[in-house]
Design a protein around this ligand. Structure first.
Ligand code: SAH
Ligand code: SF4
Ligand code: F3S
Length: 445
């Protein structure tokens, strides 16, 4: 380990896909600076922990991770804490964990090289600014990608201020990246071997910008432009907010074959009273209306969502309303969490905080229902013929894993194929979490 002049680095990202994207951009930048990525099992001289602050457990994890970085000789690599914990806790981190050398927020990580130079001199380097100049203008252009799928952050930040959520504080105000930058970055990714791009934003469907002709465009317009890139076969986007789900974006799902039939649209709760206390500014009915409209346009669409159980004041009846919405919405996949009070958010000081055992019980019941729906959705694929894009090797010899348009993982044994291939498969068996398929036999002509 050489903490005074790091050459090998490792970036570990936690939390949402936007953090994964940031982690990749940091790695590309460090490579640009002449450093190289540490191989699996190899010691790194610099470790970047790209952290998440969304729930208490996620935020506390960083401190145990820092402890684990100490080597047998008692020495640590140079440690940088990036991401949303860095933004939320700033200097406090190096007070609690003196072995941390660098603290850098999500809007300042393009300055990592300067911060490393400062840390080399033995000084603490802290940067949690939200500078007016965008990091995207300074980061190096995208490199050749190791995988056929890539994330592309198009929108950052949040102005919605749901009463439980830290994101508006850790990521700052909503901004949309400019049209030309995104078209260029998507083109660079495709030139680097990418076949599927997922557009990212905390409220991705709030994205808006003028196009190259000065016309104001929404996310549907951007998707149409990217659809014109030769070699880009699949487009996805996440996460959407119900209030920004425009008719134009819904309609795009019926018109653009490359736009995959999958929508992650969090509702959080099925009780209008709780939604109001959460400051969600949509109702269960307005949410269900969007799903109904979406299914008109694209009958096979897979719906996914996020839920919080045990928000302050949630009664048994409120929780039953959530189960009722789940039954009506019928999810292909979903994430559900126990409410976690976050410092500085309004919900933390609300009356009627819910007891942990009540939250546990509600979460179990909700997850049982969601798991059943996911399994049912997977079973619908049995016997179906579909394309999958191979993304990684499986555990078995000659096994590869790809995704269906509906984002299900499919395992196939096909030693003659490679990561990045798009294959026509027939689904032979379905489990709760993944499918098995084989290449569709071609009929003799
Ligand atoms: N912008 C997205 C989601 C951002 S955070 C949206 O508005 O839907 C991802 C998910 O974490 C949220 O959808 C919510 O379900 C969950 N979450 C956020 N804050 C939380 C908290 N304090 N406790 C528990 N879950 C939380
Ligand atoms: Fe958080 Fe709400 Fe913004 Fe989503 S919309 S990031 S849940 S404040
Ligand atoms: Fe976590 Fe920050 Fe994403 S808090 S969920 S890493 S925006």
């Amino acid at each position: 380990m050489n903490r005074s002049n790091p050459k090998k680095f490792r970036v570990k990202s936690f939390g949402c896909q936007m953090n994964v994207y940031d982690g990749e951009r940091m790695s590309e930048m460090l490579v640009d600076q002449g450093m190289s990525s540490a191989a699996d099992g190899e010691d790194a001289d610099l470790v970047v922990l790209n952290t998440c602050h969304i729930r208490e457990k996620a935020a506390e994890k960083v401190y145990s991770d820092i402890g684990r970085l100490r080597g047998k000789d008692g020495k640590s690599p140079m440690i940088a804490v990036a991401g949303c914990v860095a933004q939320a806790e700033g200097k406090e981190i190096s007070r609690r964990a003196p072995s941390v050398d660098i603290v850098v927020g999500p809007q300042a990580y393009h300055r990592l090289p300067e911060l490393i130079e400062r840390a080399k001199t033995g000084k603490k380097a802290i940067d949690t600014d939200m500078p007016a100049a965008s990091k995207f203008d300074i980061l190096p252009t995208r490199k050749k990608q190791a995988r056929p799928t890539a994330f592309l952050t198009v929108q950052e930040g949040c102005d919605k201020f749901c009463t439980y959520c830290v994101v508006p504080y850790t990521r700052g105000a909503e901004i949309s990246r400019p049209w030309a930058d995104l078209v260029n970055e998507a083109q660079a990714l495709v030139d680097g071997g990418v076949k599927e791009i997922t557009l990212l934003g905390q409220n991705v469907n709030a994205w808006t910008s003028e196009d190259d002709k000065g016309k104001l465009q929404g996310l549907d317009g951007l998707i149409r432009a990217l659809d014109g890139i030769d070699g880009l076969e699949r487009i996805r986007y996440t996460t959407s907010h119900p209030n920004d789900m425009t008719e134009a974006l819904i309609a795009a799902h019926g018109e653009i074959p490359a736009l995959m039939p999958y929508l992650h649209l969090p509702v959080q709760s099925g009780s209008d009273r709780i939604l109001k206390a959460m400051n969600r500014s949509h109702t269960t009915q307005s949410y269900l209306d969007i799903l109904a409209r979406m299914r008109e346009v694209r009958p096979d669409i897979a719906i996914s969502g996020d839920f919080i159980v045990g928000f302050p004041g949630e009664t048994d009846a409120d929780f039953e309303d959530t189960l009722a919405v789940v039954r009506e919405a019928n999810y292909a996949q979903a994430y559900s969490f126990k409410y976690s009070p976050r410092p500085g958010t309004p919900a933390t000081v609300m009356d009627d905080q819910i007891a942990p055992e009540v939250m546990d019980e509600r979460l179990q019941r909700l997850q049982a229902l969601l798991n059943e729906q996911q399994y049912d959705f997977n079973k619908l694929a049995l016997g179906r013929r579909t394309d999958i894009l191979l993304e990684r090797n499986g555990k078995l010899d000659g096994q590869l894993v790809g995704k269906t348009p509906w984002l299900q993982s499919v395992h196939i044994i096909a030693p003659e194929l490679a990561i990045g291939d798009m294959v026509d498969v027939t689904i032979e068996s379905a489990g709760p979490n993944s499918l098995q398929g084989k290449m569709t036999r071609r009929e003799a002509a």
